[in-house]
Structures are given as structure tokens and as C-alpha cells.
Design a protein around this ligand. Structure first.
Ligand SMILES: *[C@@H]1O[C@H](CO)[C@@H](O)[C@H](O)[C@H]1NC(C)=O
Ligand SMILES: *[C@@H]1O[C@H](CO)[C@@H](O)[C@H](O)[C@H]1NC(C)=O
Ligand SMILES: *[C@@H]1O[C@H](CO)[C@@H](O)[C@H](O)[C@H]1NC(C)=O
Ligand SMILES: *[C@@H]1O[C@H](CO)[C@@H](O)[C@H](O)[C@H]1NC(C)=O
Ligand SMILES: *[C@@H]1O[C@H](CO)[C@@H](O)[C@H](O)[C@H]1NC(C)=O
Ligand SMILES: *[C@@H]1O[C@H](CO)[C@@H](O)[C@H](O)[C@H]1NC(C)=O
Ligand SMILES: *[C@@H]1O[C@H](CO)[C@@H](O)[C@H](O)[C@H]1NC(C)=O
Ligand SMILES: *[C@@H]1O[C@H](CO)[C@@H](O)[C@H](O)[C@H]1NC(C)=O
Ligand SMILES: *[C@@H]1O[C@H](CO)[C@@H](O)[C@H](O)[C@H]1NC(C)=O
Ligand SMILES: *[C@@H]1O[C@H](CO)[C@@H](O)[C@H](O)[C@H]1NC(C)=O
Length: 878
């Protein structure tokens, strides 16, 4: 996504596309091993056989049938960066009373919003492991966007997935496991869309790092964006997995990414958009480009892109690959009319699906000024009037925000019953992360700094804070209420003062941080991706100083992901450690709720290693070549799967988190259902209607007397001499009069419907054996058993609330997809012959219950046991 006005970097890549025109001798393009296979023609969306899309498609087809070419083109093309009030704006169809679509960041609230909420980041909702909360957060965000007139909320995020712990935008996502991420974004999508806003799952795909994602941002000059290369199995089982859940949840739009995949740009890769998304996964919505991630006109249309954002080739370039160029490409036969119809129909189908035809709100926010009055066409300085209506859309969302941030805080260490705190006599608070940024909560553009408490990452995935409760202010309120004395030192370098203050306190609360964000801003030398996994702002030294003087040191960490803790985690005076993620506006209140035991905590959605090398991956900080960096992402072993496979002991494993009570797991029961066999899908999309262009060249000109806004992309031409009419059928390879053959793994939203058949039901009983009512995150893992499978993969989880002394039965269903692997030969999912085991427990390494999937019970598997080996090795362990 796009930088804000204040921080656009040099945009140098226009050169690249013009070099061919200069007549100079063409430089040699190096060859690379990985290529993306062609996938044509682009499948047509019809909604047929997709019950939750069929009504929307009927309406969309009816309205698109009334549109002219220019009107259809208008819906597909952004008007240009800063051309209207939202971060992305399409043209409209005024003749039919349809205003252009407003697309707005971000995944955690309204970017540039005023009187709107700053929700907890993706990583924090993921840490709750609570689908109801995820839905509620999505719904609340959707309500806020809708109230501002936003049509498309640019979230949720599942790419980056989090392969690299340093990855700059991991915090926007939903945890470093495909299953967790898929369930998480699906519930967010349902929430956002139930509130009447189109969700946008992003970034498709393999956008795992910030460095080299865009030519213009690279400190070291490169010719083309980084290519993430990955094999077919990894694509299906890891990176595309969550997007299948998004499609199944009915997501209206998906954003293609900046990076290349197998040396083909995400927004012109036909295998990804035509092949995987629209054919195999049955995606019926529209694909929108990331902001200036489109690098060609005709090629992107044929590869399956449906909407170009922000519409100009580069920010402020005031020209477009699409808009009038798309009109021209349809007239001259390079893009078939039915492809344009399909683009417009997909966009309008999503529009109707979420109910944007009813009570649509006028855009009443502005991305380019905080003033009430301003230019509606900001870059053109035209259309002066009220641009920020300042509608307060926050409702009662603060309490939900507070609850999520508290329930998403993970207790990593808690010895000698340090927590929950009970009216300590004197507390002392340390670290700048406890306090306010002196420049205010929105003092850093797009939050690109780490001053004061860190409550979100930086970049386009941010929102303005309507307020930000710092830990210190919330702790003061609590201390006053309890009669506790409270002192603090928030200067991270005031060592002597820290020592003095620490000596007096009965509880020392240290707040430390780390920060990450999007690659267009550099903070303390970190270009989005973190340069290291250690603490910022002298954090280790602050902990060391306080712990040397205080035998009850409680460390709270605000961070976008894992942080190395070996230096201090075992310090005997460090009595408790909490990972508080990126909590949003209610930060301080939430941490008080956890520290004082008013709320049950969450679980880690990633692994915290002892050593950065233990993750087994290396983010590419230096390009391997300066033409187009090649990054190999092949391999299924993301996060805990790598640790398990290589027998590496993490500091805190994926899924880990302490509870305020104790739990016992017992009585695992497996029941096999009588689901039918898996049937490879056999079918075609309806044939493309080989529509002829009937419109006259004159009808494609700007209407007489039309006022052209400066630097604005229109679908029209100036003179008929600009219009070349050469053909009408589109190129042969893009047209199949009999329709597109649907892949055997396809046939329904999210893939072959048989993948979602329930094959097993697994019941377990869990008992709260402690003295407090509590909440437990019951986790289910499956071992698929082949040598080349991960040791275990997450395939179910449930956050349950159980009163002290009580038990509850938790039922999981296991689908065919849950036990299948991608077979590259048949291009389909298969269940391998190896014996499959199901594990249930408290984390990826604390799994007291094991059973075979044929229903037999097995012996336990306890934390600190060596993880089960592969395949046959597992039998020995049984
Ligand atoms: C890559 O970019 C460099 C610097 O702009 C340029 O000199 C070179 O010709 C480009 N290479 C190719 C193959 O286009
Ligand atoms: C990428 O290339 C690999 C072979 O190296 C191939 O298996 C895979 O299908 C390709 N994927 C895409 C999306 O191009
Ligand atoms: C395209 O959209 C722009 C902006 O909404 C509008 O001014 C123009 O009239 C539209 N063109 C057509 C053909 O509807
Ligand atoms: C059409 O595309 C060409 C090639 O990229 C570009 O030079 C031109 O400016 C575009 N036209 C418009 C009106 O945007
Ligand atoms: C048709 O127009 C598009 C956009 O201007 C251009 O890229 C393409 O090369 C043209 N095709 C033909 C066959 O003239
Ligand atoms: C890690 O990065 C942070 C932020 O740039 C910096 O403050 C810290 O000193 C770095 N740590 C090490 C060990 O270099
Ligand atoms: C722990 O704190 C006490 C003060 O309460 C101090 O005397 C002791 O040296 C500290 N221990 C360590 C290992 O720093
Ligand atoms: C911590 O130190 C205080 C005195 O400073 C002492 O009363 C208390 O027992 C100590 N706690 C532990 C756990 O050692
Ligand atoms: C699992 O629990 C559910 C709900 O309590 C029950 O309906 C079902 O029969 C149980 N299944 C097995 C296999 O015990
Ligand atoms: C129409 O003319 C204007 C200059 O008056 C130019 O900026 C624009 O690109 C032209 N549009 C097309 C489609 O050629």
C-alpha cells in the first residue's frame, strides 16, 4: 500500500518501461531459473453454483448490461493518487447514479480517520485465538468504514504470513501459521462484510519482506522487484491456504502484491489470478492491484487483474495503464469485451453482495488533510468545500478494543504468583514504552517512529488514534484507586534514577518495545523490516538495571512479533514477562486488566526463539543480484514447523501462553463420519460471450464541454484519431468459446467442495483444576505422517471459558482438507496412506492427548518430550 503524502520516496522506475522506446541498444536481461506457467483464459465470474453470490451476480449482470465501455472502464480504473478523498477511488457511473468506489486503508481501523477508532493490530487479535472476537472486531471496523462512506476496507492481511520474524508487516497479519491465519481472516472478512463494506484480503501473495518489494524504494538500485520463488506444494499448503479460507468466507476483493512470484509480477501473474484464485479457488470477487503494483496494461487485464490502483502508473505520474488506455485496448481488440464485462461485473457483484446499493453513505473523510475544508481533488487543488465531515463513528468500540488487547496479551513467565497483582504497596514504572510520545499519539507520520508507547506498527496499515491510554496513565489510575504509591522513570537512559526508584518499589513494571512497519519509511535505520530481533530504546539495559535492584521485576513487551529474550528471561528477579503485542488505543487499560487479573490472557501466534538463526530463514537485506533479487520461499516449514522438524528448542513455542488457572485434558474420542469419496471437479465456466464492440469512436470522446480535473484518469479520448479499431475478439490465447475448464481441485468458493467434507469428529474434555474461573485455548494438531510432511500442523483451536472446578467437552471437526496434501502430479489434494495422528493440548509442544484418526486412543505427549519424529519414527513413540 501507499505512502502518505509526507513520505513518498523517490519514484524512479518509470525509466524501466520507457527504455525500450529510446532506440538505444537493449541491455541484456539475465535469465532466472523460476518461471510462472501461463494460465488462460481468465475465468468469468457468474455466481452460478455459488449460493451466496448468485443474487449479487444477477443484479451486477443487469446493471453492467446497461453500461457503455467507458462506464465499465471507469469502475476498473483508479482516478489517480490524491484525485479524490480516499486512498483509492475509482471512476463512477453518474448516468446510473453510481458514484465511484472509495477504497481506504487499513486493516486495523480507518487510516487518516478522525473520530474513528484505533483497533488492536492483526497480531494482537491473532493472540486472542478467539474467532468471536475476531468477527466482532471486523464488524466494528466495518461499521466505522461504512459510516465514513468507505466501500472497500483494505484488509485483513495474510501476506506476509510471517516466514521471517523480522518481516516489517507481519504485525498486520493474523499469525505465522496458515491455518490460524486462514481462520482469523475469514472471521474478520465476515465481520467487515456483514457491516456492509467490501473486505480486501491482501497481499496476494508471498509478500514476506519489505526490502526490494518495490524498485523505487530500494536503497540498492534494482531493475525489477524481488521475485519470491516457491514450489507448487508450498504455494498450496502454506501461502495460498489462508486465501482459500478468505474466498470461502465470501471475500469481495483480493489485493495482488508488489513482489514478483517466479519472476512474474503479482498483478500480472496469470497462474496466480486466473489459475489459482479464479479457477481453482472459485473467487467471484475482484482482484485489485496494490498501489502502483501494476506494471502493464493489456497483460494485467488478461492475467486476471480487475481494478487498477491508485490508477496512475506511478504516484503523481498523471497517466494510466488503464482508464483510456483500457478503453483503447478493448476497442483495438487487445482485451476482449467480455473481459471488461467480467471486471465490471465482479466489482458490481461485490458491491451488491455487501449491500452497498442500500443506504450508501457519502464519503465524509479525507486522506490528505485534517481540515474540515479542503480540495476534494487534492492533487489538482480543485473542488474546494467540506472534505472532513468529522462524523463520529466510534460507537462503543472502546470496550471491545480494550477486551481484545487484554485477551491478546500473552503471559510468558509468572513465577511465585507474581501475577495477578494485588494492591501492591508501591509500584515503579520504567521505560519510555510506558508513556506518551511527546509529539502526541499521531505525532509521527503513519506512526513511523518508536517514541513513547508502541501501540501499532508503522505504514499504511495504521489509523489515527482518537486517544491513546499509555500504560503509565492507566497504572496511575489503578494505583490511586488501590492506595498504591506509584513512581516512574521513563527516560530509558536515566540509569541512576532507575536504580534508586527500583530499590523502593514492591513491584517494578518495566515496559520495553520493538517496532516494525512498511518499507516506504525508515525508522532508526530499519526499512520496514526489523534489522534485529532485540529490543529498541535501550530495552535490555533498562531491564538489567531494574532487575539488579528489584526482586519483583515484571517486564511487558510491546512488539510486532518475536523478540530475543535470552539475556534476561531467566534472571531470577524477572518474575513475570508479558507479550502485549500492538494493542491499539486502549493499551494501558488492557495491560492493567491483565496485570491485575481481570481478564484471561492469550497465546502466542508465533514462536519466540532463543536465537535468530533458529528460525532457519534469512530475510534478504542485500540483493543476491541487482536485476531482480531472487528469494527462495520453497518449503513447508514455517515457524514452529521448522523447530519441530529440526528438534530445536524454542524459548516459547507457537501456541504457548500461561493461564491464571490450571487445566487438565482428558478423554479424547475420535469418531469417523461417513463422508463420501473425494471427487475431482469436472466442469467449465460458462462460455465467454464474444461481444462485438458496437460503440462509435465518437462516443468514446470526452463529452462536449466536460470539465477535466487536472491529473485525473478518465476513460475517454481527446480525438478520434487516438482511437485504433483493429479487431474485436481479443488475442486467441485469451479466448475459449467453450469456457474455461475448471481445475479438478476447484468447483466452489475455497476449492473443491469435497475438501470441506467433515471426515472426523474429535471430542476432548478439559477441566479447570484451579481456583479461578478461566479461559483456555484448546489446540488441535495433526501429524500427517509422511517423511516430507511437517511433524505436526495446527488444524483446530477453540477458546473456551470454564469455571473453577468445572469441565467442558470441546468438539472439533476435521475436514478432508485438514488431512490432505497437495499433489503436484494430479494437481489435486490427496490423503496420503501414512497413519495420521491427532493431538490436543495447550500449545504446539504441550499436547497431552493423542489419538489415531481411526479412533484409537493413545498415550500422552508431554511438553519437553522430544517432538515426535516423522512418519514411521512416530510409531516407535506410540
Ligand atoms: C538495470 O538498471 C541499470 C541502472 O538503471 C541499467 O543501467 C541497466 O541497463 C538495467 N538493466 C536492464 C537489463 O534493463
Ligand atoms: C513456480 O515455479 C515452480 C517450479 O519452480 C512451480 O512448481 C510453481 O507452480 C510455480 N508457481 C507459480 C505461481 O508460478
Ligand atoms: C467516470 O468517472 C468520473 C469520476 O466519477 C466521472 O466524472 C465521469 O463522468 C465518469 N465517466 C463515465 C463514462 O461515466
Ligand atoms: C497509455 O499508456 C502509455 C504507455 O504506458 C502511456 O505512455 C500513456 O501516458 C498512457 N495514456 C494515458 C492517457 O494515460
Ligand atoms: C491496443 O491498445 C493498447 C493500449 O493503448 C496497446 O497497449 C496495445 O498494444 C494495442 N494493441 C494493438 C493490437 O494495437
Ligand atoms: C536493534 O535495532 C534497534 C532499533 O534500530 C536498535 O535500537 C538496537 O540497538 C539494535 N540492537 C543491536 C544489538 O544492534
Ligand atoms: C535481585 O534483587 C535484589 C534486591 O531485591 C538484589 O539484592 C539482588 O542482587 C538481585 N539479584 C540479582 C541476580 O541481580
Ligand atoms: C524481595 O525483597 C524484599 C525486600 O526488599 C523481601 O521482603 C522479599 O521477601 C523479597 N522477595 C523475594 C521473592 O525474594
Ligand atoms: C462429541 O460431543 C458432542 C457434543 O457434546 C456429541 O454430540 C457427540 O456425540 C460427541 N462425539 C463423540 C465421538 O463422542
Ligand atoms: C487528453 O489531452 C490531455 C492534455 O490536454 C492529456 O493530458 C491527456 O493525456 C489526453 N488524454 C488522452 C486519453 O490522450
Amino acid at each position: 500500500m501507499a505512502p502518505s503524502r509526507v513520505s513518498v520516496l523517490a519514484l524512479g522506475n518509470a525509466i524501466l518501461f520507457l527504455s525500450a522506446l529510446t532506440g538505444a541498444q537493449e541491455p541484456e536481461i539475465p535469465t532466472f531459473e523460476h518461471h510462472s506457467p501461463p494460465a488462460y483464459p481468465p475465468p468469468i465470474g457468474t455466481g452460478e453454483g455459488f449460493s451466496d453470490w448468485s443474487e449479487a451476480y444477477s443484479k451486477a449482470q443487469a446493471v453492467v448490461a446497461q453500461m457503455t465501455i467507458a462506464e465499465k472502464v471507469n469502475l476498473t480504473s483508479g482516478v489517480g493518487w490524491e484525485g479524490e478523498q480516499c486512498v483509492g477511488n475509482t471512476g463512477g457511473v453518474p448516468r446510473l447514479g453510481i458514484r465511484g468506489l472509495c477504497l481506504q486503508d487499513s486493516p486495523l481501523g480507518i487510516r487518516f480517520g478522525q473520530y474513528s477508532s484505533a483497533f488492536p493490530a492483526g497480531v494482537t487479535i491473532a493472540s486472542t485465538w478467539d474467532d468471536d472476537l475476531s468477527y466482532a472486531r471486523g464488524y466494528a471496523m466495518g461499521v466505522e468504514h461504512r459510516g465514513k462512506g468507505v466501500d472497500v476496507q483494505l484488509g485483513p492481511v495474510s501476506g506476509p504470513l510471517g516466514l521471517f520474524p523480522e518481516g516489517g508487516r507481519n504485525w498486520e497479519g493474523a499469525g505465522s501459521d496458515p491455518y490460524l491465519s486462514g481462520v482469523g481472516i475469514a472471521s474478520a472478512i465476515r465481520g467487515i462484510q456483514d457491516a456492509g463494506v467490501i473486505a480486501c484480503a491482501k497481499h496476494f501473495i508471498a509478500n514476506e519482506q519489505e526490502h526490494y518489494r518495490q524498485v523505487g524504494e530500494s536503497a540498492i538500485a534494482i531493475n525489477e522487484s524481488l521475485s519470491a520463488n516457491l514450489d507448487d506444494r508450498t504455494m498450496h499448503e502454506v501461502y495460498a491456504w489462508p486465501f482459500a479460507d478468505a474466498v470461502k468466507a465470501g471475500v469481495g476483493s483480493i489485493m495482488c502484491s508488489y513482489n514478483q512470484i517466479n519472476n512474474s509480477y503479482g498483478c500480472q501473474n496469470s497462474e496466480l489470478m486466473n489459475g489459482i484464485l479464479k479457477n481453482e479457488l472459485g473467487f467471484q470477487g475482484f482482484v485489485v492491484s496494490d498501489w502502483q503494483a501494476q506494471h502493464a496494461g493489456v497483460a494485467t487485464a488478461l492475467a486476471g487483474l480487475d481494478m487498477a490502483m491508485p490508477g496512475d502508473q506511478l504516484f503523481y505520474s498523471a497517466n494510466s495503464w488503464w482508464a483510456s488506455n483500457l478503453t483503447g485496448a478493448v476497442i483495438n481488440g487487445s482485451v476482449p469485451v467480455w473481459r471488461l464485462d467480467d471486471m465490471a461485473t465482479r466489482i458490481m457483484a461485490s458491491f451488491y453482495k455487501v449491500g452497498l446499493d442500500k443506504d450508501r453513505v457519502d464519503v465524509n473523510l479525507d486522506s490528505w488533510t485534517t481540515d474540515v475544508y479542503g480540495y476534494r481533488h487534492w492533487v489538482a487543488k480543485e473542488g474546494y468545500g467540506v472534505v472532513n465531515g468529522n462524523v463520529d463513528v466510534r460507537g462503543n468500540h472502546a470496550s471491545l478494543i480494550r477486551e481484545i488487547a487484554a485477551k491478546g496479551t500473552v503471559i510468558l513467565k509468572n513465577i511465585a504468583n507474581t501475577l495477578p497483582l494485588q494492591k501492591p504497596k508501591q509500584i515503579a514504572v520504567f521505560g519510555s514504552d510506558a508513556t506518551d510520545n511527546p509529539r502526541g499519539p499521531n505525532g509521527c507520520p503513519d506512526r513511523a517512529c518508536a517514541d513513547g508507547t508502541v501501540a501499532m506498527g508503522w505504514g499504511s496499515g495504521t489509523a489515527n488514534f482518537p486517544y491513546l491510554i499509555s500504560p503509565l496513565s492507566a497504572l496511575q489510575n489503578k494505583a490511586i484507586a488501590d492506595g498504591t504509591v506509584i513512581q516512574w522513570v521513563v527516560d530509558d537512559y536515566a540509569t541512576e534514577h532507575m536504580e534508586q526508584t527500583a530499590t523502593q518499589a514492591t513491584a517494578c513494571l518495566v515496559f520495553v518495545k520493538s517496532q516494525a512497519g512498511e518499507g516506504y519509511s525508515i525508522v532508526d535505520g530499519n526499512q520496514g523490516d526489523r534489522n534485529n530481533l532485540t529490543l529498541w530504546s535501550n530495552g535490555e539495559e533498562v531491564i538489567r538495571t531494574v532487575a539488579a535492584k528489584c526482586n519483583n521485576t515484571i517486564v511487558t513487551l510491546h512488539a510486532p512479533g518475536p523478540v530475543l529474550m535470552e539475556e534476561w528471561i531467566d534472571h531470577p528477579n524477572v518474575t513475570a514477562v508479558l507479550y502485549a503485542g500492538l494493542p491499539g488505543q486502549e493499551s494501558g487499560n488492557s495491560i492493567v486488566d491483565v496485570l491485575y487479573g481481570l481478564v484471561e490472557p492469550g497465546r502466542l501466534p508465533f514462536t519466540i526463539a532463543k536465537n535468530a538463526n533458529d528460525y532457519g530463514v534469512k530475510l534478504m537485506y542485500k540483493p543476491d543480484n541487482t536485476y531482480t533479487p531472487q528469494q527462495n520461499l520453497s518449503g513447508l516449514l514455517i515457524d514452529y514447523r521448522y523447530f519441530d522438524k529440526h528438534d530445536i528448542e524454542p524459548r516459547f513455542e507457537f501456541g504457548f501462553g500461561l493461564s491464571y488457572t490450571t487445566w487438565k485434558y482428558h478423554d479424547i474420542v475420535v469418531r469417523k463420519t461417513n463422508a463420501g469419496p473425494y471427487v475431482p471437479f469436472n466442469g467449465r465456466t460458462p462460455a465467454a460471450k464474444n461481444t462485438k464492440v458496437t460503440e462509435s469512436a465518437e462516443s468514446l470522446l470526452f463529452p462536449d464541454g466536460f470539465h477535466k480535473v487536472r491529473a485525473y484518469n478518465y476513460p475517454w479520448f481527446n480525438t478520434t484519431s487516438d482511437i485504433k479499431r483493429d479487431g474485436e475478439n481479443g488475442p486467441a490465447e485469451a479466448y475459449d468459446p467453450t469456457g474455461t475448464v475448471i481445475r479438478p481441485a476447484g468447483g466452489a468458493p475455497g476449492g473443491n467442495p469435497g475438501l470441506y467434507d467433515i471426515l472426523y469428529e474429535v471430542n476432548v474434555t478439559i477441566s479447570n483444576t484451579g481456583k479461578r474461573n478461566g479461559e483456555e485455548v484448546v489446540q488441535l494438531y495433526i501429524s500427517q505422517g509422511e517423511v516430507d510432511d511437517p511433524v505436526r500442523v495446527l488444524r483446530g483451536y477453540r477458546r473456551v471459558s470454564v469455571d473453577a472446578g468445572k469441565s467442558t467437552c470441546v468438539t472439533f471437526t476435521i475436514t478432508r482438507r485438514d488431512i490432505s496434501r497437495w499433489d503436484t502430479t494430479t494437481q489435486n489434494w490427496v490423503v496420503s496412506p501414512a497413519e495420521k495422528l491427532v493431538y490436543v493440548g495447550r500449545s504446539s509442544r504441550d499436547l497431552p492427548l493423542v489419538a489415531k484418526l481411526n479412533g484409537e486412543r493413545s498415550t500422552g505427549f508431554k511438553k519437553n518430550n522430544k517432538p515426535g519424529r516423522l512418519g514411521h519414527g512416530m510409531k516407535a513413540f506410540m
